[in-house]
Design a binder for this molecule. Structure first.
Ligand code: ASP
Length: 323
């Protein structure tokens, strides 16, 4: 962003009484190479795989898709893909989306059953159709047409957890406090200004069948625009959908905010709108077209650790808790 835009943005948030602090990593500039950023601990193998695919000649879309496939196929990750906790009826329903910042176009799937790698089906929606989001019976048919044969996504662990939940007469439901959040969200640049963002999740554990939250919705769970940057969100998707988190962050970067400022400002804005959002489970990551990154969590109770691959090495970092 040029300095004028940045100054305007800073003035606008200062006027609103919300000038964000900038942690060290946000100010670090990139060396001009590719950068891969992902949510949570399972983001680390994902960014490593994404970097590997990219360096072997894959596109940024290939890199993100293959990176996200790692936690999707890992039965130990109970919030993404195979092994993800099921809905209230004991069926695993997966959401995913991927967006190409050059074409300004996304592909997404919601409530996908029987396929371990929903990000790959989302990619097929992007590449093989002129639709953006597919769900319901038609999605199952689409996946079958694309060569996917239904597989069992419950693992002994997720089945046991669902049976325990079901057997508990006082079990928590979606009406009470949400549990088991942890979407994999990835944002990446090739170092030349191209941005791709994507995410994949099994969503809220014990959700009502058919629930659609932020992860499969363009601009909510993920967003990418080569004119500004990309973002992804994790946490209470029922809440965050109402704030169009990812597109809001990208637009703030477009007006001159750094990725860190934009992440923090989005969370502050949610609290300005509704003060009790301060205790909500929400976290966001962002990257601008220069490969600078930001990450913020609403509070320490939902503290986001994120993975960053940059200049040939990857590491886990702590996001800033805003409240
Ligand atoms: N946002 C996802 C959802 O609400 C879950 C998560 O990110 O933890 O479905």
């Amino acid at each position: 962003m040029d300095n004028v835009n940045r100054r305007d943005f800073m003035k606008s948030i200062a006027a609103a009484g919300a000038l964000a602090s900038v942690p060290a990593q946000a100010a670090e500039s990139n060396d001009g190479g590719p950068v891969f950023l992902a949510t949570w601990k399972h983001g680390l193998p994902a960014v490593n795989r994404a970097a590997e695919v990219f360096h072997q000649g894959g596109s940024l879309l290939d890199a993100i898709e293959k990176g996200i496939n790692i936690p999707e196929e890992d039965p130990e990750v109970t919030s993404v893909g195979y092994g993800g906790l099921p809905n209230s009826e004991g069926t695993v329903e997966l959401d995913a989306g991927i967006m190409d910042g050059t074409r300004h176009r996304a592909g997404a799937v919601t409530g996908l059953r029987g396929v371990k790698t929903p990000i790959s089906v989302a990619r097929l929606v992007l590449e093989k159709t002129s639709h953006t989001t597919i769900g319901g019976i038609g999605l199952q048919e689409f996946a079958r047409n694309m060569g996917y044969h239904p597989e069992q996504l419950l693992t002994p662990n997720s089945l046991k957890k669902w049976m325990e939940w079901k057997a508990d007469p006082h079990h928590q439901t979606f009406w009470l406090s949400p549990e088991n959040h942890d979407t994999i969200g990835v944002v990446a640049t090739d170092g030349k200004g191209h941005i791709v963002a994507g995410c994949s999740t099994s969503g809220l554990a014990w959700k009502i069948p058919g629930r659609v939250a932020d992860s499969p919705l363009v601009g909510c769970g993920f967003y990418a625009d080569d004119r500004a940057g990309g973002a992804s969100a994790t946490g209470d998707g029922d809440l965050m959908t109402n704030y169009c988190t990812s597109v809001s962050i990208v637009h703030m970067m477009g007006r001159g905010a750094s990725p860190q400022e934009a992440c923090e400002e989005l969370l502050r804005d949610m609290v300005k709108a509704i003060p009790k959002n301060k205790v909500a489970a929400c976290a966001v990551i962002a990257m601008n077209t220069r490969g600078e990154v930001g990450a913020a969590s609403m509070n320490p109770q939902f503290h986001l650790q994120y993975a960053l691959w940059k200049s040939g090495k990857s590491q886990m970092l702590d996001s800033k808790d805003v409240y």
